[in-house]
Design a protein around this ligand. Structure first.
Ligand code: ZN
Length: 423
């Protein structure tokens, strides 16, 4: 079974907002092996359905598992668009989510997830609680006819992606000669890569030109990030990441990340993850600072005592960000997040080419060359990776295995070799 085929049927079925029984049966028929069935269940789990109880039961029996309820954002109305054929406005609804149920912390993560979903109707939306989601709308939003409902922000992700167009735009960045031409060519390439308006892209040549709410693309001849990465999340305008209470962080993607479109998208997810960790740290440190009863208590002890609901992993990450002595925890999570979205987005055959293996392993390379994270992070990330792997169709499982084999081969002494994954 090809995931692209599954997604195409799914998109067609969702055009009217819901998958009905006939459409669901057609999709389920694609699954041949138990692994295919698991993959179909996973793909359908974010969708909205129009099924009777018996129909749902029949479908679940056929697929050998439960269709989980979609995240609550699915089914909500984004806004209205006038339909010239009917002559009246049509509701545009959310038919699928590519986001965690609670949403993403920032726009950059949702932007990367929206583009990497491969959906022509991908939309990035911010709810009134400030959370960001990558979703699929029932119809492609044409901004000139669209009137939005009460959302904080809605951005159409300029659906679709064509590798040839990407290569042409890449070539234009090489052909550009003047500084102005270079900046313009990079702005166009980055906007295409991320499916955003050019106004969302800030092309810079050094850190002082960063803007906090834009995707900063650094095309200066500066070296890569200090740890050899293709991006950077740091204190605004400085390029240094030491924790400053009340400080603002900015996200940068280096031009080096654009050697491959997926990697450029994965890098934005990676940096968006660091930004999320910075936001968590700022929020908690602010609470700590304003707690009149904290006395001489250190931040870490205060966090343990006052935030019993925070996972051990989050505590380890926040503690690390505030102390600013290492980056191993936040790096591991950022690398794994980018790896997972990258893998999901690459629809290749069961036997990935050496080039594909290399590109996927590249997402893991950075984590293999860094020190081992704290135990709480290793434990939580192992569980996350295992759950992700188990949910994959056979073709993607093969890619996952190939990428890990490649990175272990290249870094035989790395802690990544000790990850207890059942592959
Ligand atoms: Zn990083």
């Amino acid at each position: 079974m090809k995931i692209s085929q599954l997604r195409q049927l799914q998109t067609e079925a969702l055009q009217d907002g819901k998958i009905d029984f006939q459409e669901a049966k057609k999709i389920a028929a694609l699954a041949e092996t138990p692994a295919d069935k698991a993959a179909v269940l996973k793909e359908l789990s974010g969708d909205s359905f129009d099924l009777s109880k018996t129909e749902r039961k029949q479908l679940e029996d056929q697929l050998g598992g439960k269709l989980s309820k979609p995240p609550s954002i699915v089914g909500m109305t984004l806004g209205q668009m006038s339909d010239p054929q009917v002559g009246r406005p049509l509701d545009i609804t959310i038919v699928k989510s590519f986001s965690p149920p609670e949403g993403f912390d920032n726009k950059f993560q949702a932007t990367a997830a929206a583009k990497m979903s491969g959906s022509d109707n991908a939309v990035v939306v911010q709810d009134n609680n400030g959370k960001w989601f990558a979703v699929q709308s029932s119809l492609r939003i044409d901004s000139k006819d669209f009137s939005a409902n009460d959302w904080k922000d809605i951005q159409s992700a300029h659906g679709g992606f064509n590798e040839d167009t990407y290569k042409d735009l890449q070539q234009k960045t090489r052909d550009a000669t003047t500084d102005g031409e270079k900046a313009a060519a990079w702005k166009t390439l980055a906007a295409y890569t991320y499916g955003v308006d050019e106004s969302e892209i800030n092309v810079i040549t050094n850190h002082s030109q960063q803007k906090p709410d834009k995707i900063n693309i650094n095309i200066g001849e500066t070296p890569k990030g200090s740890d050899g990465e293709d991006g950077l999340t740091a204190n605004l305008g400085t390029g240094t990441a030491e924790f400053k209470p009340g400080g603002t962080s900015a996200v940068e993607v280096n031009k080096s990340a654009f050697y491959d479109s997926r990697h450029a998208q994965g890098t934005l997810m990676h940096e968006g993850t660091h930004l999320e960790h910075n936001h968590q740290a700022q929020k908690l440190y602010d609470e700590y600072s304003n707690d009149p009863k904290k006395g001489k208590q250190k931040f870490d002890d205060w966090m343990k005592g006052h935030k019993p609901n925070l996972s051990e992993e989050t505590q380890a990450i926040v503690s690390e960000v505030v102390a600013s002595k290492s980056t191993k925890n936040t790096e591991a999570v950022a690398h794994f997040n980018a790896f997972m979205v990258d893998l999901t987005a690459r629809d290749t055959s069961a036997t990935p080419s050496q080039d594909e293996k290399f590109k996927l392993a590249d997402e893991l390379d950075g984590v293999a060359t860094k020190p081992k994270p704290d135990d709480a992070v290793v434990k939580a990330e192992t569980a996350k990776l295992q759950k992700f792997y188990d949910s994959l169709p056979e073709t993607d499982k093969a890619k996952f295995k190939a990428a890990f084999a490649e990175v272990k081969r290249a870094h035989s002494g790395s802690w990544v070799n000790d990850l207890k994954l059942k592959l």
